[in-house]
Write a protein that binds this ligand. Structure first.
Ligand code: FAD
Ligand code: NAI
Length: 475
């Protein structure tokens, strides 16, 4: 007799494993299938995020940032360390240890919530059946009341710069380098290009980033993007905008990267080339032809606002469906779907999803950019406050950047908050909550913020929207 569950989830990334746990919390019988295999041959839950994305990148960003600060800031604090050393193997061991702990933790959470974590390949068949092939066994059929597809995404490969795992590499390889490349090229000044470019630049690489768009960080507010661009330039990141790669040739000596920009044809020579031009949904072998699942023209599984596919009882969440490819977006979709399956009312507020770049300074925003508000035709006001005037930022020796608040002129509702500066990724949480509650700048203005804290910059930016900043000249 075949096994059966109330809910079968395919994919144990942040979208899938969270959906599985939430469904189990509702008292459902749940299985979660995943086939992720790490470079050491071990299988692990957690998907891209925990194994090769969010977590390992932040571990290396922290290590490299500490190294950079020890080199450049300690003197100002009156601290001398003697000759500073760097042990990449130890840094990578720490990174791998964090990943191991967190991915192992998911196994523990599955046990605690009575989710059956199944290691192997899952394939949706017609009639809400799932074919599960264990990594070391024969396929078996599982019956499911509900199926949640959370198969994630993979890096986009460019035909003229195919990944070879050595010279031309993807973000996963770039997280596991065992030596600092002398010259590092990056295609794409997006989130991965900037985060991983920063890691290796701080550790000593000469980093050149080739970006096709003319505008730096085109999706961000212009004031924030311009401030960040200045900082990255100071840090030595060579970002070439309006530059389209035309070819990359790997040899024993390195990679020759050809590109075209306004000045014509150019080329650079690097030791390693990271190609980070976006990710695409991954659905290979995920469903049978007659399962009824539809893909859009870009390969995303077609779903409605509640992540329902066209097949009754089959949902899809995370990077394999429309919307930003972010772990927290996928997790919230997982929660929503599990709640819907349990008969509850649930939704994801797609207008209020924070974006964070964990560079130094960090960049974070939520809501609309000034350009988007302008285009909407709604009358608006802005307020901003520089970290240079914030006491905590001074003490931290991190005074670069600012907070910018955009609000409606008529009813003062906050429409967007944009931060470039220390701990922007943490500070944005207050703004996310404000937008979720449709708060006004006055709500933040009249909220007591601890002193001295970086959050006072958010407070002051809200005050500044009404020309009431207290610790800075109002413009
Ligand atoms: P994934 O995490 O990709 O998980 C999908 C899982 O499904 C995988 O384990 C895969 O093996 C498995 N799977 C697929 N098909 C099958 C099948 N048929 N059978 C069994 N298993 C299957 N996002 C952030 O929000 N913050 C960050 O700081 C951040 N940093 C990142 C840094 C890097 C370098 C990268 C590459 C990404 C980063 N992201 C970040 C993006 C984030 O990793 C993704 O948005 C997130 O992992 C998507 O979650 P998911 O569950 O949809 O898919
Ligand atoms: P991205 O979409 O952020 O950036 C890709 C960049 O490459 C764009 O600026 C694009 O204009 C450029 N590009 C595309 N083709 C090009 C070409 N041929 N030549 C030169 N430039 C080209 O994608 P990225 O950085 O690969 O990241 C993938 C996803 O992972 C992102 O969508 C993001 O959601 C997620 N991620 C999130 C992080 C975070 O939240 N902190 C960190 C890392 C990744």
């Amino acid at each position: 007799m075949s096994k059966s569950y109330d809910v079968v989830v395919i994919g144990a990334g942040p979208a899938g494993y969270i959906a599985a746990i939430r469904a189990a919390q509702h008292g459902k019988s749940v299985a979660c299938i995943d086939e992720w295999q790490n470079r050491d041959g071990k299988y692990a839950f957690g998907g891209t995020c925990l194994n090769a994305g969010c977590i390992p990148s932040k571990a290396l960003l922290e290590s490299s940032e500490l190294y950079h600060r020890a080199q450049h800031e300690f003197k100002k604090h009156g601290i001398s360390t003697g000759e500073l050393g760097m042990d990449i193997a130890a840094m990578q061991k720490r990174r791998a240890g964090i990943v191991r702990q967190l991915t192992g933790g998911i196994g523990g959470l599955f046990k605690a919530n009575k989710v059956d974590g199944l290691v192997g390949h899952g394939k949706l068949l017609a009639g809400r059946k799932v074919e599960f092939t264990p990594v070391d066994g024969e396929p078996e059929i599982i019956e499911a009341e509900n199926v949640i597809l959370g198969s994630g995404s993979v890096p986009i490969e460019l035909p003229m710069a195919k990944f070879d795992g050595d010279r031309i590499i993807d973000s996963w390889d770039a997280l596991e380098l065992d030596a600092v490349p002398e010259r590092l090229g990056v295609i794409g000044a997006g989130v991965i290009g900037l985060e991983l470019g920063s890691v290796w630049a701080r550790l000593g690489s000469e980093v050149t980033i080739i970006e096709a768009m003319d505008d730096f960080l085109f999706m961000a507010d212009r004031d924030v993007a311009n401030a960040a661009a200045k900082d990255f330039k100071k840090q030595g990141l060579d970002i070439r905008l309006g530059a389209k790669m035309t070819g990359a040739t790997a040899s024993k000596k390195g990679v020759k990267v050809d590109y075209e920009d306004a000045s014509g044809a150019n080329s650079i020579e690097v030791d390693k080339l990271i190609v980070a031009v976006g990710r695409r949904p991954f659905t290979d072998g995920l469903f049978a032809d007659d399962a009824g699942i539809q893909l859009d023209e870009r390969g995303f599984i077609v779903v409605d606002d509640e992540c329902r596919t066209r097949v009754k009882g089959v949902y899809a969440v995370g990077d394999c469906v429309r919307g930003p490819m972010l772990a927290h977006k996928g997790s919230e979709e997982g929660v929503m779907v599990a709640d819907l399956i349990a008969g509850e009312i649930a939704e994801v507020n797609y207008d209020v999803i924070p974006s964070v770049l964990y560079t130094a300074p960090e960049i974070a925003w939520v809501g609309k950019t000034e350009a988007e508000v302008k285009e909407s035709g709604r009358a608006y006001k802005t307020g901003s406050f520089p970290f240079a005037a914030n006491g905590r930022a001074k003490a931290l020796e991190q005074t670069s950047g600012m907070v910018k608040v955009i609000a409606a002129e008529d009813d003062d509702e906050i429409l967007g908050v944009h931060i470039v500066g220390p701990m922007a990724g943490e500070l944005i949480a207050e703004a996310v909550l404000a937008l979720e509650f449709s708060a006004s700048t006055e709500d933040i203005q009249r909220t007591v913020h601890a002193h001295p804290s970086l959050s006072e910059a958010v407070h002051e930016a809200a005050l500044s929207a009404d020309k009431r900043a207290l610790n800075y000249m109002n413009r």
